[in-house]
Design a protein around this ligand. Structure first.
Ligand SMILES: [Mg+2]
Length: 315
């Protein structure tokens, strides 16, 4: 079912990317990642996922406790950073600077929706990397409400409007996949539907214009050299959509994402999430699922969330 597919998709993509984090594209071209392996950048066994998955699982857990509030989510984020909640092996590693600073502010009592940075340079990919479970909560709500909830959930760590736009785009894309559309269909439909929505929401034009490679033309035709894979939210979003549109299996999409280099785990996690939704758990290489740390806990959480939100397990 969709929630399981999404959570496993994120975790597996993250885990494939973890050993290669910070490696350059040039280095990976010479020695590409071709499988889920261990003992790279962090010296951890294969199947170990990182902060991207931890915070994604915190959001999924927060959504189990209805009514959902950002206060509940903030509490879980603090529990992760301070008490190793939802960590693969009992300890936190690989925390983004903006995320750490924001969660420290949450821990010292700042209002959840005020904790994230709000300047233009506060647009790392740490909001986008953890957002996917929100689609199951906002899926049937009107666009303005979806945007508002997404912005508020982002703002715990990433309070700038650019991150909210990126997450809104990504979640609308995920909704289309859940509805059974092909990635290409979703991509071109969003080009028609989103600009009027963004205008109606009175989002700053100069911010919306930054998303031009998604909202106009065909990003699938771009060469790899034109796709960046830094820790910047727009780069990660473009890379994930490009990897989805230019491959035909979960495995190929995630390996393509990871071999872009640099922020490999997060590009892998975001790509893995959307590809998990599209190809399903059956589309993830079984030996990757077998190696995934805490796979049963992740599937159990997905099942509880599905029951809470009324999603059919068989969907
Ligand atoms: Mg990470």
């Amino acid at each position: 079912m969709h929630i399981t597919n999404a959570l496993l998709g994120v975790a597996v993509g993250d885990a494939v990317g973890v050993p290669a984090e910070f490696k350059s594209r040039d280095l990976l071209r010479k020695n590409p990642v071709t499988d889920m392996t261990g003992f790279g950048t962090y010296g951890l066994p294969a199947g170990t996922w990182s902060d991207d998955t931890s915070l994604t699982l915190c959001l999924a857990e927060a959504l189990v406790h209805q009514p959902f509030t950002t206060t509940k989510l903030a509490r879980l984020f603090v529990l992760w950073l301070k008490k190793n909640h939802w960590t693969p092996r009992g300890e936190v590693f690989d925390v983004g600077i903006a995320t750490r600073e924001a969660i420290e502010r949450l821990d010292s009592g700042m209002a959840p929706e005020k904790a994230g940075g709000t300047t233009k340079d506060s647009n790392g990919n740490g909001g986008l990397m953890r957002i996917l479970p929100l689609v199951f909560y906002i899926h049937n709500k009107p666009a303005a409400e979806r945007f508002d909830i997404t912005r508020r959930v982002c703002s715990l760590t990433h309070g700038h409007i650019r991150t909210a736009i990126a997450c809104h785009y990504f979640l609308d894309f995920a909704s289309g996949i859940i509805n059974g559309e092909k990635p290409q269909e979703v991509y071109f439909r969003l080009q028609k539907e989103l600009p009027p929505v963004f205008a109606q929401l009175a989002l700053p034009e100069e911010e919306v214009r930054l998303f031009i490679r998604l909202l106009e033309g065909n990003i699938a035709l771009l060469h790899e050299d034109d796709i960046q894979s830094s820790g910047y939210v727009l780069h990660s979003l473009e890379a994930a959509i490009w990897c989805l549109l230019t491959t035909t299996t979960y495995r190929d999409a995630v390996l393509k994402a990871v071999n872009l280099g640099h922020d490999t785990d997060t590009t892998g996690a975001i790509t893995g999430g959307i590809c998990g939704l599209y190809y399903g758990k059956e589309g993830i290489p079984p030996h990757w699922l077998d190696m995934l740390v805490r796979r049963n806990d992740i599937e159990h959480l997905a099942q509880i969330l599905a029951e809470t939100l009324g999603w059919q397990i068989s969907l």
